[in-house]
Design a protein around this ligand. Structure first.
Ligand SMILES: NC(=O)c1ccc[n+]([C@@H]2O[C@H](COP(=O)([O-])OP(=O)(O)OC[C@H]3O[C@@H](n4cnc5c(N)ncnc54)[C@H](O)[C@@H]3O)[C@@H](O)[C@H]2O)c1
Length: 262
């Protein structure tokens, strides 16, 4: 699986999964453009400082991006520790605004990969809420969304990932993407040893994180996730669209067996 000749945009490139994705994409032959709020210690390819938490921040970065990119890896995200409004704004509304705003800069046949999470596993039970929020137009006021949909402040992270998983499917069928043969998929990691995991322990509790890790034997690392993201960017995945690739050592299978009493 090679990425020679492809230009790949990676958000969240200063740390963790985004950083490893950028490094590996470059090793596989891609031209990399990285976006982050924070300047990376080691820049791979080209770096653009950007804050995707608002429409203005998204517009600013889009204006600096070239035409004819081959893939967008939406990796940037926050843990929920700072509250639901900012979490929804970054993990979903900003991600969606960036993706939709970039469509004309993506080549026909390009690939979008959204990094969701096992935390979005509950999307089926909450599908109506997730779909209603995913269908809100523009860049809504996240505080208003919290009020309108009764979202508790501490539930911002799992809900943002449920919405992202539902939107991934919706987008894969949307004319905006389909008319240009742009595939939209998701990768859902389980717990991964990156800076955000410490925050998950505070938000979700040690018991939940330890239980998830115990089910699969170890936490993942960024190097376990990056190849799955880049596979979905590659031509090898050309017939995969609207899919959520669990990249979690078997955690989703373990939870499904328990939940469905298989
Ligand atoms: N680490 C895990 O256990 C885990 C598990 C499941 C899903 N994920 C998801 O993986 C993705 C990457 O997480 P990670 O583990 O690499 O965490 P990380 O904290 O190491 O990296 C996240 C990056 O996103 C950037 N970012 C945050 N807000 C931003 C903004 N407004 N604009 C631009 N960039 C911004 C940060 O500066 C940081 O570099 C996230 O979407 C996260 O939800 C992580």
């Amino acid at each position: 699986m090679m990425l020679f000749g492809k230009t790949i945009l990676v958000t969240g490139v200063a740390s963790g999964i985004g950083r490893r994705t950028a490094e590996l994409a470059a090793q596989m032959g891609a031209e990399v453009i990285g976006i982050d709020l924070v300047k990376p210690e080691h820049i791979v390819g080209r770096f653009i400082e950007a804050d995707i938490s608002s429409q203005a921040g998204v517009d600013k970065v889009i204006a600096q991006l070239p035409d004819e990119m081959d893939a967008l890896c939406n990796v940037a995200g926050v843990s929920g520790q700072s509250g639901a409004a900012i979490t929804l704004a970054i993990n979903f509304f900003g991600l969606r605004a960036l993706t939709e705003g970039l469509v004309t800069k993506l080549r026909t046949g390009a690939s979008v990969v959204n990094v969701a999470s096992i935390a979005g596993f509950g999307w089926k039970e909450n599908s109506q809420r997730a779909s209603a929020i995913a269908k809100l137009g523009g860049f809504p006021d996240a505080n208003q969304v919290m009020k309108d949909f009764d979202i508790p402040n501490e539930a911002g992270y799992p809900i943002s990932k449920e919405i992202l998983l539902v939107w991934t499917m919706l987008a894969s069928q949307q004319a905006l993407f389909r008319s240009r043969h742009i595939r939209v998929n998701a990768v859902s990691p389980g717990p991964v040893e990156t800076p955000i995991l410490t925050q998950f322990r505070q938000v979700l509790g040690d018991e939940r994180v330890d239980s998830d890790v115990d089910r699969v034997g170890r936490a993942g690392n960024a190097g376990d996730i990056a190849p799955a993201i880049l596979f979905l960017c590659s031509d090898a995945a050309r017939w995969i669209n609207g899919h959520n690739l669990a990249t979690d050592g078997g955690l989703e299978a373990s939870l499904t067996i328990e939940q469905c009493n298989l």
